[in-house]
Design a protein around this ligand. Structure first.
Ligand code: ZN
Length: 328
């Protein structure tokens, strides 16, 4: 099943979605013939075939795996990851991977598909660091009309760990170890790449610490409660207009509360993100006389992103926070 693909029969650019779709289709047609056939597809060209659930997982796999891996993401650039529905083709792709890297609790549809996949190496980033219930103001709205008292505790955990460079580094260490185990021949490279990445994340952590130490206010508003770990790490208070899901609407009472808090805490800016509508943030900002700016939760990189990768966007986020909080 999880055969390493050393036969590069043909060179297919695995990053190309067309090639991917074609491969997935071929697999589908072969009706659940899951092992040897794909070696002949040449997919991955002898590289470890890693399927990542969304951008922050993809970035880790690429950075740590380097030349030894071929990484594909289940979430397309620009697609809002929380609501992702896995296609039949992607389910097939999940069966064919050498390793799956995902973050349990973020994308229910991915969790389900990964659970059903027989791939041996399934790396759940949520087990590599500590997830917490950060108790965002507006409660936890996971999925539509979901009323599950039994599952409540689990779903209250905030999955947005990658926005804290320290937690993201912890996940990187775990991913590095998983790749070393999966592909011992290249263990030395994975080790080195992991160390390099962790060093860069340490530097990013220092930049945040320094940049956010002395600010006029510690409070910021955002339309998507993605920055709880970041806020906690750097002594800030995130007030989310809506809940953990970016597209939920605030109540009138909540809007009034936020307006009063903006006055009391010297809040200058309502942040919104690029992947969902900014209407709620803009309305609130207009009503309360505040500015708006982008704070990117890095759930995907698009042309509209303020940078080409995790580090560039995190740096842009830091600049935006410094401006909004009034770094002295
Ligand atoms: Zn999110």
């Amino acid at each position: 099943m999880n055969v390493r693909r050393r036969l590069a029969a043909s060179r297919i650019n695995t990053a190309g979605t067309a090639a991917l779709a074609a491969t997935a289709l071929a697999i589908g047609t072969l009706s659940a013939c899951s092992s040897d056939s794909n070696a002949a597809e040449g997919e991955g060209g002898g590289k470890l075939d890693v399927v990542a659930s969304f951008y922050p997982m993809q970035f880790l796999a690429e950075q740590i795996g380097g030349d030894h891996v071929s990484v594909t993401s289940l979430t397309e650039p620009g697609q809002e990851p929380h609501d992702l529905e896995i296609s039949a083709q992607q389910t097939a792709k999940l069966q064919e991977a050498d390793a799956i890297l995902y973050l349990k609790g973020l994308q229910p549809s991915v969790d389900e598909a990964v659970g059903q996949s027989e791939v041996k190496t399934k790396v759940d980033a949520a087990t590599l660091t500590k997830l917490e219930d950060l108790g965002t103001e507006d409660g936890h709205e996971h999925g539509e009309g979901e009323e599950e008292p039994a599952g409540e505790e689990e779903s209250a955990l905030d999955p947005h760990v990658w926005l804290d460079p320290v937690k993201y580094a912890e996940i990187a260490e775990g991913v590095g170890k998983a790749l070393e185990k999966q592909d011992p021949d290249n263990a030395a490279d994975y080790k080195k790449n992991t160390a390099d990445l962790v060093k860069k994340l340490d530097d990013l952590d220092t930049a945040y610490e320094d940049g956010l130490k002395n600010t006029k206010t510690k409070v910021f508003f955002t339309n998507h409660a993605a920055f709880g770990y970041l806020a906690q790490r750097y002594g800030l208070t995130m007030e989310a207009i809506a809940g953990l899901e970016p597209d939920s609407e605030p109540s009138a009472a909540r809007v009034k509360e936020l307006q009063e808090e903006a006055k009391a805490d010297g809040v200058t800016t309502v942040f919104y993100e690029t992947l969902v509508s900014d209407q709620t943030a803009k309305t609130l900002a207009a009503d309360a006389g505040l500015k708006t700016d982008v704070l990117d939760p890095l759930e995907g990189i698009t042309d509209k992103s303020k940078g080409d990768d995790y580090f560039q966007v995190m740096q842009a986020n830091l600049t935006a926070l410094e401006k909004a909080l009034g770094t002295k």
